[in-house]
Write a protein that binds this ligand. Structure first.
Ligand code: NAD
Length: 510
């Protein structure tokens, strides 16, 4: 553990506030990060006070004036160098993610790769911040639109993707010409400090002012509250639970600020009678058990056709039996711990409620104890029989619980599928073209992401990522998600020597 921290230039006690290369003497409380693997202390972060945040926000606003004038491809060059530096630290950053949030090593390194990929993507995007041109209805006039940098943006992130979510936002925001203030989850503060040590220094190494890429570690109800209320911050991008997002949305809307909301999911896979069950089982296993069920895109419901329900269940139980649970840093482990004991308790509470509502646990669900499981953070992933309208099924429990639900017709399956408050990711497994097309059509899945013969989790960065309904409607990462980080301006230029008005209006003296 010490070796990993050393290689990432981390100390026993670290400042949790920086404005790039400058790490402030933060004046908030100490936060000691403990590993969900064994409950041991990893290191301490000195959190930001409200005064620290004020300083950071002022610097971010000031730096914006200069950063926005750097040509976008030159901003892209800085992002390219961040990506390069992160490539060189991929293993260490991956190990720290495993230590702090309990992800298995391959998934943790995959997350670092996601940051590298978004850096590459953003570099290309820096030369493609395209506006359109339009034909004016007035003679000898030209109309076009252009995209300008927006301002300082606040990025609030969840614990479960401690690098990826910030980098999706920050790397695109940087090429867009925005400055960024990051408030990470307190459960993943060390990962934030580590990646900021690498990135902040690079941003500042070009004679640019401090304040372009900033970090404030602090509690949601103090630092988070202050951040979302700050009128200097043009956009708040918030990733986390639905209640958090609802609150952030209301607060930012009250000052007519902009938001990107990336909130909880309740993702389902429809497995039809025409599915390749082998493929479906592999996708469900990764989707439901991967990251110990702690992804926003985790498969939480399987809606299975009556005819294949029993065969699917048998194969799933067989697969679940083979999942090796244990230390996420060890080769062969497929499932590590949950983030903390609170998450374990909330899983147990959900299973209790499931039973009260008439559901059944078909496999797993128990808390593991003793030996390597002594931290009390390990559980057996769980398969349950349930009805879609159970209140426990309607909400997101951030744990590896999979609800199996039966259906008879595709219309019924889609009805069940869409009948939850959230709308993030979705999938259908079928070899029938018509079933697949119905699922993807207007009358099909109502989610932001809909897949065929691919599971619900593990999205690529090239597409726009996000979901509908209570998931918040935000889009991040690829496609044209960059537009949310810029302001659009429509321009009309008159080169005629006349003053014609639109819509043929005549407004002349005499
Ligand atoms: P959480 O809602 O508990 O916390 C998320 C962030 O919000 C943290 O940084 C927290 O400090 C901050 N926060 C809390 N109260 C705040 C306030 N009043 N003002 C400002 N900030 C505040 O979520 P979590 O437990 O860290 O993460 C799990 C949740 O995140 C799940 O619901 C999951 O689905 C969701 N998630 C969504 C996506 C997505 O892209 N849709 C991605 C990852 C996680």
């Amino acid at each position: 553990m010490k070796e990993i921290l050393h290689r990432l230039e981390m100390e026993g006690i670290n400042s949790g506030v920086c404005t790039g290369a400058d790490w402030l003497q933060s004046t908030g409380d100490d936060l000691t990060s403990t590993s969900p693997i064994d409950g041991s202390s990893i290191a301490t972060v000195r959190q930001a006070s409200v005064q620290d945040l004020q300083k950071v926000a002022a610097r971010a606003r000031e730096a914006f004036e200069e950063w926005r004038m750097v040509p976008a491809p030159k901003r892209g060059e800085i992002v390219r160098r961040i990506g390069q530096a992160v490539r060189e630290r991929k293993q260490e950053l991956g190990a720290l993610i495993s230590l702090e949030v309990g992800k298995i090593r391959v998934e943790a390194e995959g997350e670092v790769q996601e940051m590298i990929d978004i850096c590459d993507f953003a570099v290309g995007q820096s030369r493609m911040l395209y506006g359109r041109t339009m034909h004016s209805e007035r003679p000898r006039h030209r109309m076009y639109e252009q995209w300008h940098p927006l301002g300082p943006i606040g990025v609030i992130t969840a614990f479960n993707f401690p690098l990826a979510v910030w980098s999706w936002n920050a790397m695109i925001a940087l090429v867009a010409g925005d400055t960024v203030i990051w408030k990470p989850s307190s459960k993943a503060a060390l990962c934030a400090v580590a990646v900021m040590k690498i990135s902040g220094r690079i941003v500042q190494s070009h004679g640019l002012p401090e304040g372009i890429l900033n970090l404030v570690v602090g509690k949601g109800d103090t630092i988070g509250e202050q951040l979302i209320a700050d009128r200097r911050i043009s956009l708040i991008s918030a990733t986390g639970s639905v209640p958090m997002g609802r609150h952030v949305s209301e607060r930012v809307a009250a000052r007519l600020g902009k938001t990107i909301l990336e909130l909880g999911g309740n993702n389902a896979i429809v497995v039809t009678a025409n599915a390749d069950l082998e493929l479906a089982v592999r996708a469900i296993l990764f989707g439901a058990v991967g990251t110990a069920g702690q992804r926003c895109t985790t498969t939480r419901r399987v809606i299975a056709h009556n005819r294949i329900y029993d065969a699917l269940l048998e194969r799933l139980v067989n697969g679940y039996r083979q999942v090796k649970i244990g230390n996420p840093l060890e080769d062969g482990t497929l499932m590590g711990p949950l983030i903390d004991r609170v998450a374990v308790a909330s899983m147990q509470e959900a299973l209790g409620q499931l039973k009260r509502e008439g559901g059944r646990v078909l496999y797993g669900g128990e808390v593991l104890s003793g030996g390597i499981f002594a931290a009390g953070t390990y559980v057996a992933p769980c398969i349950c029989e349930a009805h879609n309208d159970f209140t426990v099924v309607q909400r997101e429990t951030f744990a590896p619980i999979l609800y199996l639900i039966r259906y008879k017709t595709l219309e019924e399956a889609i009805e069940l599928h869409n009948n939850v408050p959230q709308g993030l990711t979705s999938a259908i497994f079928t070899n029938d073209l018509r079933e697949a097309e119905v699922f993807l059509s207007h009358m099909g899945s109502d989610c932001g992401i809909a897949n065929v013969n691919i599971g619900t989790s593990g999205a690529e960065i090239g597409g726009a990522f996000g979901g509908e309904k209570e998931t918040g409607g935000g889009r991040e990462s690829g496609s044209d998600a960059w537009k949310a980080y810029m302001r659009r301006q429509t321009n009309t230029i008159n080169w005629s020597g006349e003053m014609p008005l639109a819509q043929g209006i005549r407004f002349e003296l005499g």
